[in-house]
Design a binder for this molecule. Sequence first.
Ligand SMILES: CC(=O)SCCNC(=O)CCNC(=O)[C@H](O)C(C)(C)COP(=O)(O)OP(=O)(O)OC[C@H]1O[C@@H](n2cnc3c(N)ncnc32)[C@H](O)[C@@H]1OP(=O)(O)O
Ligand SMILES: O=CC(=O)O
Ligand SMILES: [Mg+2]
Length: 568
Amino acid sequence: MIGVGTNGYATIGARKIGSGYDVPEGVDIRGRYDEEFAKILTKDALQFVVDLQLEFRNHIKYALECRKESKRKYNEGAVPGFDPATRYIREGEWICASVPPAVADRKVEITGPVERKMIINALNSGAKVFMADFEDALSPSWENLMRGQVNLRDAVNGTISFHDKARNRVYKLNDQTAKLFVRPRGWHLPEAHIFIDGEPATGCLVDFGLYFYHNYATFRQTQGAGFGPFFYLPKMEHSREAKIWNNVFEKAEKLAGIEKGSIRATVLIETLPAVFQMDEILYELRDHSVGLNCGRWDYIFSYVKTFQAHPDRLLPDRVLVGMTQHFMRSYSDLLIRTCHGRGVHAMGGMAAQIPIRDDPVANEAAVELVRKDKLREVKAGHDGTWAAHPGLIPACMEIFSNNIGNAPNQMKTVKREDAANLTEEDLIQRPRGVRTMEGLRLNTRVGIQYVAAWLTGSGSVPLYNLMEDAATAEISRVQNWQWLKYGVELDGDGLGVKVTKDLFGRVVEEEMARIESEVGKEKFRKGMYKEACKIFTRQCTAPILDDFLTLDAYNHIVIHYPKISSRL
Ligand SMILES: CC(=O)SCCNC(=O)CCNC(=O)[C@H](O)C(C)(C)COP(=O)(O)OP(=O)(O)OC[C@H]1O[C@@H](n2cnc3c(N)ncnc32)[C@H](O)[C@@H]1OP(=O)(O)O
Ligand SMILES: O=CC(=O)O
Ligand SMILES: [Mg+2]
């Protein structure tokens, strides 16, 4: 009889048997043992992940090295642009494999973390697609990741349910549900609870591998009409990274014995270098693509990161960097032209507003901002958009349906040939606007509260009536870093104050006091605000910009068994 000891290890009688999981050779599971997790972490499923890891680990390492090399060049003054060596791809006449009928209509997609109740609510929401997120919206703790896999398996099997005991409410799937897409983590994040050959596994291969292994057969029967599973792929910077994903898909298809081109993915264009690689990315994934998506929040973050050594391209207040800024509009226009020219969906992005329950006037104003954003997207030629909350779906659906009509999308009707004239400068033009003390304060208040939530297991949270996730928090962090590094003048206040370490130190202190009074002493004491403040402040003041907020913060949520907190 196998039981679980207090340290989380499985036991036979009193004998400890390693992690408790039955693992293939070379695999060491350092996360907590759980009977439910063991049904996901089967020996065969882990072997599937191992096969992916061993085949692709060097390609991934090389791609990450290339990112460093590009960063070095940008830091020496270069700016990203189109690659002359791949002009033949941009100018070539080719199209992607045709879109599977099951996902031809993606007018509104809801997104959310792979949390049980939210998965059910999202699938029942009336959206065409649900993007289940292991990425921006999820804090990648062992518990969240493994529970997420259990939840997705139950969702694909149609057996998922949730009992909210406090409200005595049982959640189940409706007859009609949204089509499921899954977003694994980015290439840069390790999975420190699973070691393969003595190294942490690559996070996204764990997310992809476990989900694919357990669900591909059922998914293709019940959801994909012979296609699938479907994915969203985040944070790529270059087509060589898309090529790795394409090879991962081909290998998975081969191992599963399903047709090449079954798996389909939408790539988020959410880094500045990637906007110059959109044709190339689609080309690499041409048998597996269902489009590109404007990941606007990471894109803004990436603008700051790419230009971290370019003081002539500093950002104004975060709230002023929206889709109507020239560089953002140019990016979405070019994305639409590129996708429609290659026969795939051009997806819009996420408006950050969420419903405001206790204030009807403010709520109407928030929904109106979402409507405006969606109207701009559909008129520009997008085929669909994202909604952060079920309460926004009717408004988004109405706008997309009214403007697209009965057709599933506007791939054939809106070509946006005018976007062919966009230049490299259009795509990197500095955003206009002022910088204010309130901008600095808001970044700080939001950044600290987001990190505190992330450290305690929540990767997406409502703050000041907006959705905040890893991407939006990154903007707050890098913007503070940039303003501090260049000692910018806060020119929007009429005070002419310069951002210095002293000023920032005072702002942090005052904003921490404000957070405490807003959330209450009890929650403040029990929460991880002080730890979050330390992490956020260190990153904002670091002499060299950290690549990702979540890489450093990840060390704080790794829990190895026997129970010790462990740094990579
Ligand atoms: C930059 C990017 O990458 S964007 C994509 C990643 N980000 C996301 O996916 C964010 C998704 N959205 C969310 O996580 C949430 O909407 C939040 C955290 C912003 C707000 O959540 P809450 O404060 O719980 O919202 P609220 O209390 O209004 O929720 C009301 C109901 O809607 C549900 N709900 C809210 N958002 C979602 C969602 N995205 N998916 C499914 N259900 C949802 C809640 O679970 C709740 O259900 P219940 O009434 O059955 O209990
Ligand atoms: O992932 C989406 C984004 O905006 O970032
Ligand atoms: Mg993103």
